[in-house]
Write a protein that binds this ligand. Structure first.
Ligand SMILES: [Zn+2]
Ligand SMILES: [Zn+2]
Length: 262
């Protein structure tokens, strides 16, 4: 008898659960938990959801052509501002960066188009604006990928990319003879082989490193061949992906500082 697959919920965690958790954490960790769980509560507006009916979903992965997603400037702009304000309120943005990002709301549509095509950033601040544009589009993308995900169990995919939006995974949980990967872009989950790098399939032991860190322990798998890292947890604090992402966020800063790609 193997262990059952551990699949975290992609729903927004209840406010009470977040408040209880934040009360037990230090200030910086509590701020991250509040921001990341608040982002999971963003929703698309009904006009955007209605427009999704016009998106031609492909029968084979990646099913969702990102460039075909409808862009409703008002709705995306509202979410863009919400994200910037959240980061500002929790002290995660310098005042000048906050003002500069707020000013980008006016050109949110071209920003989203650039995010859709994977355009490269002009500088650090532009990179942050592009990331926030992606976060502002996530509720809509998630709505679509959720409608394609099987209800009973994650689909199997040996690819290192999300079967729905082609995004890369940022988190994993254990499954029977496999692992469940979660898409950093749309939160979809899929079952992937346990062995080797999730991104480039490197299997040579001397190219892969794994360490556990923090309390409770989150895992960090690092591949020396493609320089990607993947976070994981075997015994999560909660049943929610947003909370596990937030609690393991300090690992992201460390890994990025070491020149790794998340
Ligand atoms: Zn995805
Ligand atoms: Zn790799």
């Amino acid at each position: 008898m193997g262990r059952a697959d551990l699949v975290l919920s992609r729903e927004a965690p209840p406010a009470r659960v977040v408040a209880d958790l934040a009360a037990r954490l230090g200030e910086a960790e509590a701020a991250l938990v509040r921001v990341i769980t608040a982002l999971s509560r963003l929703e698309p507006v009904s006009a955007e959801v209605a427009a999704l009916a016009g998106v031609q979903v492909r029968p084979v992965p990646p099913c969702i052509p990102l460039g075909a997603l409808p862009v409703h400037a008002d709705a995306v702009g509202m979410r863009f501002v919400t994200v910037v304000d959240l980061l500002g309120d929790q002290g995660l943005l310098a005042a000048s960066a906050y003002r500069a990002l707020r000013a980008r709301t006016a050109d949110v549509t071209p920003l989203v188009r650039r995010w859709m095509t994977g355009a490269s950033a002009r500088d650090g601040r532009d990179a942050l604006a592009l990331r926030i544009a992606g976060v502002a589009m996530r509720p809509l993308l998630r709505h679509l990928s959720q409608s394609l995900e099987p209800a009973d169990a994650p689909p199997c995919s040996a690819s290192g990319h999300c079967p729905y939006c082609d995004g890369e995974p940022d988190f994993s949980t254990p499954a029977r003879a496999a692992r469940v990967l979660y898409c950093a872009r749309c939160d979809a989950a899929w079952r992937a082989p346990r062995a080797g790098c999730a991104f480039c399939r490197e299997t040579r032991p001397d190219r892969l490193a794994f360490r556990r860190t923090g309390e409770p322990p989150y895992g960090l798998e690092v591949c020396a061949s493609c320089r990607h890292y993947l976070k994981s947890v075997e015994v999560p604090v909660s049943e929610y992906l947003a909370i596990e992402r937030a609690l393991s966020a300090p690992l992201d800063s460390g890994a990025r500082a070491a020149g790794l790609v998340g």
